[in-house]
Design a protein around this ligand. Structure first.
Ligand code: GN1
Length: 505
């Protein structure tokens, strides 16, 4: 740890001496905590970071350079569930399962965010959207891993593992760890769940001064989901992957309740195409939808984030009336380990810093805590997809929104992407699976519920039917359990119920 004097002079060099303005008012305990925190800073980096933030604050963000020289990707370039025949899909799926069965596939969860929009003080993955089972996002994801391992084993007679790498931040590491411990890792082997922490960086005022959130505490924020690449190095995660023989990574964001963990079709597609990097997309629902778009900028594949796409670009339509920029990023990426390695070693320092103007609570000169009502601070973030430009072979793969994308972003009350819409999408999907397997439903009074074959993701299905991922990963194997069955709503198909149904045959 550095001494007070060392810290003081380093802060002066970095142009940040105001950080210690309340030093004399701090208790001895607070002083030592603050010293520990400050000792961890790299002061050269801090200086650069603050200067860069101040420069970006001066730039005009309404028309960022990102969407200049932008071109859409042609639809022929994008692999697609909808446009591929059964043989192609089965081929990719088989390839994916083969890789999984050989322990070459891992999933990597990006879970360092604060969930500000959702407005909960705990990690988003711990959120329970109100399903009959009360399962949280973390539990659903864990069970999908259990199931995909089981399916690969059944196909190949293997005993495989799909390790789960979880990137957390200072905000989410401890509660996530505790939650997993309390829930016995939801049946997974704890040694196959590898949690690591991304870095935090200071929030800075528009004139490049670090913000104090308390007299003895700097306002820090995670460095964005693109902090992944540095965190992989900091925490020696790539070595861990190599030791396990992991070659392919499915990287995803915590908030999508429909995420298809280690999706064999997507993995198989990317592997068959010889890709080192890939992205799943869905057709954008409307021009202002808050999803990034996969496109080309100056001839290079990349994602332009929704916050950086001008409305007039987002609204462009082709002569057929379709959105020109319609390949919506759902934050499901494929990377080979060698590609991640190369990025981490060579390129992660070059990743673009994106600027977010935020309301950051701070202490004013008089030491009063102020909660600003307009943005007063800059948080710099890196984006996970900004490495696409370094790919030698990039592929995009379009999947069906109603089967694979329903993110939890906002609190209930907002029109979209809420706990209610997440729950509805999952229950609509499970209802469709049950109907496709040949089930029919009665209401609580025993009256037949007329089937509704096309339930969309944002409406309540006629019957509540939840299917545990431990029973079915993606609708498979249900004919045997539910075919010709008359079920009463609400119906919860968990492993016990599945056993009873099998025994009753
Ligand atoms: C930096 C980043 O990964 N942004 C992603 C991510 O957005 P957030 O608003 O950060 O949750 O998830 C979106 C899909 O839910 C995706 O469209 C977008 O591009």
């Amino acid at each position: 740890m550095l001494s007070f004097e060392e810290i003081k002079s380093s802060l002066e060099h970095a142009g940040q001496s105001h950080v210690l303005q309340f030093w004399s008012e701090l208790s001895e305990d607070d002083k030592s905590t603050f010293l520990v925190e400050l000792s961890q800073l790299d002061f050269n980096e801090l200086r650069e970071h603050c200067e860069r933030a101040a420069e970006s604050a001066k730039a005009d963000h309404s028309a960022t350079a990102a969407d200049q020289q932008i071109e859409p990707v042609s639809s022929e370039f994008i692999g697609s569930i909808r446009k591929s025949d059964h043989t192609a899909l089965t081929g990719w799926e088989n390839e994916g399962f083969l890789q999984i069965s050989q322990n070459r596939v891992a999933v990597l969860l990006l879970a360092g965010g604060q969930g500000t929009r959702l407005g909960v003080p705990y990690p988003k993955g711990m959120y329970n959207v109100g399903l009959p089972s009360s399962k949280t996002l973390y539990q659903i994801q864990a069970e999908r891993i259990c199931k995909i391992q089981e399916l690969a084993n059944a196909k190949h007679g293997s005993k495989c593992t799909v390790p789960w790498y979880i990137m957390t931040s200072e905000f989410t590491l401890d509660p996530t760890k505790k939650f997993f411990q309390e829930n016995k890792y939801f049946g997974l082997d704890p040694s196959d769940v590898v949690m690591f922490e991304q870095r935090m960086i200071p929030a800075v005022t528009f004139d490049g001064k670090v913000i104090l959130q308390d007299k003895g505490k700097i306002a820090m924020a995670p460095d964005g989901n693109g902090g992944l690449y540095r965190a992989l190095v900091d925490n020696k995660v790539l070595e861990n992957m190599e030791k396990r023989g992991v070659e392919y990574l499915h990287v995803y964001c915590v908030d999508n309740i429909l995420v298809k963990m280690a999706d064999p079709i997507f993995i198989g597609f990317c592997v068959s195409k010889g890709a080192d990097c890939g992205a799943k997309v869905v057709e954008k629902a409307y021009p202002a939808e808050p999803v990034g778009v996969v496109c080309k900028v100056k001839g290079v594949y990349q994602v332009v984030e929704y916050s950086e796409l001008r409305p007039e670009t987002a609204e462009q339509r082709d002569p057929g009336g379709e959105l020109v920029y319609s390949a919506g990023n759902i934050c499901n990426h494929f990377f080979t380990r060698p590609f991640l390695n190369e990025v981490a070693q060579k390129f992660q320092g070059q990743l673009k810093q994106h600027v977010a103007l935020k309301k950051v609570p701070f202490v004013d000169r008089e030491g009063n805590l102020v909660k600003p009502t307009t943005p007063n601070g800059i948080k710099m973030e890196k984006f996970v997809f900004d490495v696409f430009q370094f790919s030698r072979k990039f592929v995009a793969f379009e999947v069906l929104r109603e089967e694979e994308f329903s993110p939890l972003k906002n609190a209930d009350g907002a029109p979209l992407d809420t706990p209610t819409t997440a729950r509805q999408s999952l229950l609509a999907q499970h209802y469709r699976w049950a109907m496709a397997a040949g089930a029919s439903f009665l209401d609580a009074q025993g009256k037949a519920l007329p089937p509704r074959p096309r339930v969309t993701r944002d409406e309540d299905p006629p019957a509540v039917c939840e299917i545990s991922p431990l029973v079915s990963f993606f609708g498979e194997g249900l004919e045997q359990l539910l075919g010709q069955k008359v079920l009463t709503t609400p119906f919860l198909l968990d492993e016990n119920r599945a056993k009873e149904l099998l025994q009753a045959q």
